[in-house]
Design a binder for this molecule. Structure first.
Ligand SMILES: N[C@@H](CCC[C@H](N)C(=O)O)C(=O)O
Length: 257
């Protein structure tokens, strides 16, 4: 089986395509393992449309995907993964550079322009604006997957033990964000990786959407994740778009595990 390793803002993924849709949780755990596998935050399985699916129900999409976190859990959406997957689809001639694909959260759009990839997420939902934990005011939002967001005055301090508790209590990813001029700095503890990752697209989108809703930032900003690789976020008719670089690190033929 041929797989490609990608990095999108420091969030890393193993990607392959197949016509066979089945549960690949165990494979995700094996491939994503940092010591015994390739090592990644997630596994993306791209499911191209078969000839008899062209037209019919699937006429609106170019392909479907399944996304797995490194612990084998399936997630409805992954923002950075969607950008890496769009690039993979384009270079492997599975889609044109402007495409739509089906995720667990719904149909999303993507545009590939060299190594810059833009994704348009499903409309964000604010679930709760009044969560008070440890004297901090959190919002719970859904940008395809659930995210807790807190605005901090010191982004250098991320209490991972607290993030773990909140992750379990709300079954959500946990983000702290710092307002830096017109832009945001964000750190994310990711559900399913069970640690802080170098970046999380839907997390950055959730922080942006809270900041935009509270009118502390405009509708077109830069967001800096832990990796330092800038993402450009915007909101239009309540849909969040985000754009940034992706890198194909290597492709390799591996024994199917
Ligand atoms: N890294 C992703 C989010 C992946 C899913 C998340 N860990 C979850 O289980 O909710 C992103 O870039 O959005």
């Amino acid at each position: 089986m041929r797989v490609t390793k990608y990095s999108a803002n420091g969030n890393d993924f193993v990607i392959f395509h197949t016509f066979v849709k089945k549960d690949r949780s165990l494979l995700a755990k094996k491939l994503c393992h940092r010591q015994n596998g390739i090592g990644a935050d997630g596994l993306i399985v791209l499911l191209p449309k078969s000839k008899n699916e062209i037209g019919g129900d699937k006429s609106k999409i170019d392909f479907e995907w399944q996304f797995y976190n490194s612990d084998g859990s399936e997630a409805n959406m992954c923002g950075n993964g969607s950008r890496a997957c769009a690039h993979y689809a384009y270079v492997n001639e599975l889609a044109q550079n402007v495409m739509k694909f089906l995720t667990g959260a719904g149909i999303i759009g993507a545009v590939v322009d060299g190594d810059m990839v833009l994704s348009e997420l499903t409309p964000p939902k604010i679930i709760d604006k009044e969560i008070l934990e440890n004297g901090k005011s959190w919002w719970l939002l859904d940008t395809g997957v659930p995210h807790l967001v807190y605005f901090t005055k010191d982004i250098t301090k991320f209490d991972i033990a607290e993030a773990r508790e909140l992750r379990d209590k709300y079954n959500a990813n946990v983000n702290i964000a710092f307002i830096e001029g017109k832009n945001l700095r964000v750190r994310t503890y990711e559900r399913g990786v069970e640690d802080e990752t170098l970046a999380c697209g839907t997390g950055m989108a959730a922080c942006f959407y809270r900041a935009y809703s509270e009118k502390v930032v405009g509708n077109d900003i830069e967001v800096y994740p832990t990796s330092g690789e800038t993402l450009y976020l915007g909101v239009n008719d309540r849909t969040i778009t985000f754009r940034g670089r992706v890198r194909s690190i290597f492709s390799a033929e591996i024994d199917s595990l």
